[in-house]
Ligand binder design. Structure first.
Ligand SMILES: Cc1cc2nc3c(=O)[nH]c(=O)nc-3n(C[C@H](O)[C@H](O)[C@H](O)COP(=O)(O)OP(=O)(O)OC[C@H]3O[C@@H](n4cnc5c(N)ncnc54)[C@H](O)[C@@H]3O)c2cc1C
Length: 288
């Protein structure tokens, strides 16, 4: 294991170094990438740290939107009043990720760019219609909806030199609520066997006026369960309707047998969690 390590102080410097060192990698908290280096799955000649880039850190809000910098740590997000108030599904995900030690260094940008099907912050961001803000190699910015950012397992639509600046999320509307739940074999330090995020807006007479469902670890990438959403929209909310939706969700995902569990079991978790998460999201919607 032999590589050069750079700690640039600006995005410009980081992109310049990335162009100079062809076989290099950006590193934020390092909690994913150092595992790959240790396993010898990748052998970069240089690592370019993003930790000193203030341009990609922090949380900003205006009337309608919240911007979360990619370099913000999972722990900073978990402790943010803004996240807890507006994005409870993301908060649910954060408090059940890894350990405090890992969350102190791991970043939301690293979690999304690593693009594991089990990335816990991904389905919460999907249900909030997050846009990925990307700094290109000419320093201009482009935006991409998160559901168009994932290319495949551990792959995203990001050019070598590009840096994710952060994520733009719409603030919730009145009478909406959201939640995330993941099934783990252990109570801590475990990736999801399967997970469900849901964002629901309830109108008069309990009619579902808007619905977004995100699924974790049951497809090659984190996904939106659009068939389930189509089934639920404009229906009257009830436990029974969630049960029927669970049957649709379990069929529309595509889990595989792997170290995290059997395919059939992951489908059953999805079915059960659609109901569980739906009930929590509904109760939260009633509180706003
Ligand atoms: C013990 C342990 C437990 C874990 N538990 C969980 C868990 O429960 N749930 C979960 O989802 N994950 C878990 N993880 C995985 C990991 O901690 C998270 O994915 C974390 O958010 C990664 O962030 P990072 O900053 O450390 O990423 P890094 O390792 O620094 O980077 C990951 C990838 O993203 C790229 N990258 C990072 N930031 C940017 C950026 N701004 N622009 C462009 N590219 C960028 C890097 O080049 C690299 O390819 C765990 C890891 C460990 C070691």
């Amino acid at each position: 294991m032999n590589f050069r390590y750079f700690k640039p102080g600006s995005v410009g410097e980081a992109i310049y170094l990335k162009k100079e060192y062809k076989n290099s990698k950006y590193v934020a908290g390092g909690t994913d990438i150092f595992v790959l280096i240790k396993k010898k799955a990748i052998k970069p000649d240089a690592l370019i740290s993003l930790r000193n880039l203030n341009e990609i850190k922090g949380i900003e809000e205006n009337e309608k939107f919240v911007f979360i910098g990619a370099g913000t740590t999972l722990r900073e997000l978990e402790q943010s009043e803004v996240v807890r108030k507006y994005f409870p599904a993301l908060y649910d995900a954060l408090i059940n990720m890894a350990s405090v030690q890992i969350r102190n260094v791991g970043t939301i940008g690293g979690n999304i760019v690593n693009a594991s099907p089990g990335a816990d912050t991904a389905s919460p961001l999907l249900i909030y219609d997050a846009k990925v803000v990307i700094i290109m190699d000419d320093f201009k910015e482009r935006e991409l909806p998160l559901d168009e950012f994932f290319k495949g397992p551990k792959q995203v639509f990001l050019a070598e030199e590009e840096i994710v600046k952060g994520f733009l999320l719409k603030k919730p509307v009145k009478n909406s609520g959201s939640a995330y739940y993941k099934f783990m074999k252990r109570n801590a330090m475990d990736l999801a066997n399967a997970g469900v995020a849901m964002n629901i807006k309830i109108g008069d007479d309990d009619i579902i006026e808007d619905i977004k469902v995100g699924l974790t670890t049951v497809a090659p990438t984190p996904i939106r369960a659009t068939g389930t959403e189509e089934f639920l929209i404009h229906k009257k909310f009830s436990e029974e309707i969630l049960e029927q939706a669970g049957n649709i969700a379990k069929k529309e995902c595509s889990p595989i047998d792997d170290i995290r569990g059997k395919e059939w079991h992951k489908r059953e978790i999805i079915k059960a969690y659609i109901k569980r998460v739906g009930m929590i999201a509904y109760k939260r919607a009633k509180l706003i």
